[in-house]
Design a binder for this molecule. Structure first.
Ligand code: NDP
Ligand code: A1CAB
Length: 274
């Protein structure tokens, strides 16, 4: 990838993507990250050898791809302060903010921009990210390819042609690493209750999650069949799964994902004013 990429914001999600990009072979010199405090950038620069800047406009004035990676609540101020530079330079805009539509981002940046909305997740850091992407009408095929290449460097990419579907992507992958971390926490706690040392329990639970995900990815069987294959009739797994079904775990998961998508919609209304 020969494009210069600038990340506005250098927090959890930006540093996960940057880490993944560098591991995938992108030249650190082609990546710039900005944040208000030099102290926050110093660690990133030392660790990853990338360029850093505290001045968003200075960074944006030299870039081909501008990744907006600040919290949604400050996006308006950040975009409006960047609009002159963006209007002059016309970089491809990639916003990773939850619940902020492309038209609003475009308007805050002065209008007429090629805007890709991306919903990534933090496993991008280890090259196992899952990103949903949506492009507005200004995005050319070549720019779509750039966005695809960028996010495929850190995981899988799924394009959606309806922007509203990014809220579903947020529920199933953007926010979802947290669901699995919760599961790992709960399994470790329960295994400790059953007498295992915490570190042993954690290693076993993590390896099992990894193994199950890898099997689900590589097998031609669906998850329901893979689950059934673990459940010997009258055996142990049946008891565990029956307990989860009785406790309505599926409904809990569905309700949680509905709440997640609804929050993305509400944020959009709150922040864009329409
Ligand atoms: N975390 C996640 O798993 C995911 C997050 N996202 C989206 O990514 C975006 C960032 O989230 P996340 O990384 O978690 O948040 P963080 O708070 O970790 O990162 C935000 C970054 O923006 C910096 N920042 C604040 N103000 C400015 C400014 N004026 N100019 C430049 N940088 C600034 C912050 O610096 P400082 O710390 O000094 O304030 C920080 O480096 C959000 O919009 C979120 O919706 C999307 C998918 C997943
Ligand atoms: O919780 C959030 O709002 C962000 C967006 C998706 C994951 N983290």
């Amino acid at each position: 990838m020969t494009n210069k990429i600038t990340f506005i914001g250098a927090g959890n999600m930006a540093s996960a993507i940057i880490g993944g990009l560098i591991d995938s072979g992108v030249t650190p010199d082609d990546i710039t990250a900005t944040a208000p405090q030099e102290s926050e950038l110093e660690a990133l620069r030392t660790r990853l050898n990338i360029q850093t800047q505290t001045d968003n406009n200075a960074a944006a004035s030299q870039t081909d791809v501008l990744v907006l990676a600040v919290k949604p609540q400050i996006m308006r101020d950040v975009c409006e302060a960047l609009s002159d530079t963006v209007q002059q330079r016309s970089p491809l805009i990639i916003s990773i903010a939850a619940g902020l539509d492309a038209a609003t981002i475009d308007q805050w940046l002065g209008g007429g921009n090629a805007v890709v909305r991306c919903m990534p997740n933090t496993p991008s850091l280890v090259g196992r990210g899952a990103s949903g992407l949506y492009a507005n009408a200004r995005v050319s095929d070549a720019q779509r390819d750039i966005a695809t290449q960028l996010m495929e460097a850190v995981g899988i990419v799924e394009w959606v042609e309806e922007e509203a579907l990014l809220d579903a992507v947020t529920a199933v992958s953007g926010s979802a690493p947290a669901y699995f971390f919760l599961m790992l926490e709960a399994m470790e706690d329960a295994a400790v209750e059953l007498g295992l040392p915490a570190d042993t329990a954690r290693r076993l639970a993590i390896q099992t999650a990894l193994g199950a995900a890898t099997m689900a990815q590589q097998s031609d069987k669906d998850p329901a069949t893979l689950k059934q294959n673990v459940m010997s009739p009258g055996g142990t797994t049946e008891q565990a799964i029956q307990h989860m079904e009785d406790a309505k775990l599926r409904t809990t998961i569905a309700d949680a994902m509905q709440a997640c998508a609804k929050r993305a919609q509400a944020m959009s209304k709150e922040l864009s004013g329409h």
